[in-house]
Write a protein that binds this ligand. Structure first.
Ligand code: ATP
Ligand code: AH0
Length: 400
């Protein structure tokens, strides 16, 4: 047998594995690196986060990604170069983190790399009836594996699409394994660039588990903050939105897109929710004159409204939940207050209360996905209409 396969089988048979989860989301704020100890697999999975760091992206890195990010037309050479360049960059950043933590690469079983989404194209968004759902993440796993000498599992979203999903959200698999609690209906709410939630029934009925994007989280806020306040990357503490007033007609127009009326689960991205989308809604409502502060207040309310609409659509307006937040948006009190006002039946906490630091959560979930790819069985959750395919996700790259 090939020596790589022998090592792979040995790793899959271990009672516990050390896996580095990597996530760089749509906000382009940096690479989240979570060193996890994953014990067991399936519902018996136990995860302990041994180390976590967000390595911030420099402006130069962000600029290179933005040349292709969510753009319908790009320079093909740049896209090609970026795939290898990001793979190497992520490999370097992993090695830097390991050196800082005093851990040898040989002490790590695997890297679970999400890669950088550069274009997300579910059918409802590209609108081309003869073409499938599709999504593209860059930062090829082979580069990470060779750079670090660590087995790498990457490109998790393609199998999801191939097996009938939209390529997202994937958090549902890990959420189900580590956050399900008998007797408590839970929502795991991630407020990243795009917002999404996973529903975990207290009955533990696997077929009912599902996950959906709800619309923008921070992506529009970030884009307009950068536009109006070039020295800032985001609305720190919601300080700007807090000084503005929500414009009801613009808010209604922003919510008029068919995305919000569509069946759950669904997925989206900045390909749809971008400044052009907002400008078009402003043109339709003659609100082009709105001050930056009022616009940010309206966009913050828009994000909260998207989440509330999806929750109501799925469960009605009455059903109580514990909602455990994660993602950068939970640091924005204006957004959190709007959510609480629109979902009075929910009680809010963060995943800290469940033992996982909210900023680390997505990176940890990819480590868990890789752990399942190595040692688990496909999970029978969200069967059928919920579009959560029961398949092992990710591609395996050997270091040699
Ligand atoms: N202190 C803060 N106050 C307000 N907003 C914040 C704060 N900290 C982070 N954010 C917001 O969170 C964003 C980063 O969130 P996160 O890292 O969860 O996004 P992501 O993982 O890139 O997104 P996605 O989950 O869509 O892929 C920032 O761009 C900013 O908008
Ligand atoms: C295509 C893509 O990268 N989608 C991301 C993005 O960020 C949030 C939301 O949009 C979610 O659908 C997904 O990420 C998380 C980790 C997921 O798949 O669960």
């Amino acid at each position: 047998m090939n020596a790589n396969l022998t090592r792979l089988v040995a790793s899959a048979q271990k009672p516990s594995r050390r896996i580095i989860g990597l996530m760089s989301g749509t906000s382009l704020d940096g690479l989240d690196v979570a060193l996890c100890r994953c014990e067991g697999h399936g519902p018996a999975t136990r995860v302990q986060v041994e180390q976590f760091r967000t390595v911030p992206y420099t402006d130069a890195i962000r600029q290179e990604i933005r040349r292709v990010f969510a753009r319908r037309e790009v320079e093909l050479q740049h896209l090609t170069l970026l795939n290898a360049w990001l793979g190497r960059l992520h490999g370097h950043l992993v090695l830097d983190c390991l050196a800082e933590w005093n851990i040898e690469p040989g002490a790590v079983d695997a890297i679970a790399s999400h890669g950088q989404t550069v274009f997300h194209a579910p059918r409802h968004q590209h609108g081309l009836p003869d073409w499938p759902d599709a999504t593209l993440q860059l930062g090829d796993g082979d580069h990470l594996a060779v750079q670090t000498g660590i087995l790498t599992i990457s490109d998790f979203r393609q199998k999801h699409v191939a097996a009938g999903g939209q390529g997202a959200p994937l958090a549902v698999y890990g959420d189900y394994l580590i956050f399900s609690q008998p007797g408590e209906d839970r929502l795991l709410l991630n407020l990243g660039g795009i917002a999404n939630f996973t529903y975990l029934p207290g009955s533990l009925a696997a077929p009912d588990v599902f996950s959906t994007d709800t619309g923008p989280g921070n992506t529009l806020l970030d884009a307009f903050v950068r536009m109006y306040y070039p020295t800032q990357e985001y609305d720190e503490g919601g300080a700007l939105a807090a000084q503005g007033t929500v414009h009801p007609a613009l808010l209604a127009q922003l919510l008029a897109h068919p995305f919000f009326a569509e069946e759950l689960p669904k997925t989206t991205g900045p390909e749809l929710f971008n400044p052009d989308y907002v400008r078009a809604a402003q043109a339709r409502t003659a609100t082009g004159h709105l001050s930056p502060l009022d616009l940010l207040a309206t966009l913050t309310e828009f994000s909260a409204a998207g989440v509330a609409l999806a929750v109501e659509r799925a469960f009605g307006a009455q059903r109580p939940f514990w909602a455990y937040a994660s993602g950068g948006g939970m640091h924005n009190p204006v957004l959190m207050a709007a959510l609480q006002r629109r979902l009075p039946q929910c009680r809010f906490a963060t995943t800290e209360a469940l033992g996982i630091a909210p900023d680390a959560k997505e990176a940890v979930l990819f480590a868990i996905l890789a752990n399942e790819t190595l040692a688990g069985e496909p999970m029978p959750i969200g069967a059928g209409q919920q579009r959560v395919p029961a398949v092992a996700l990710g591609k395996i790259s050997f270091p040699g």
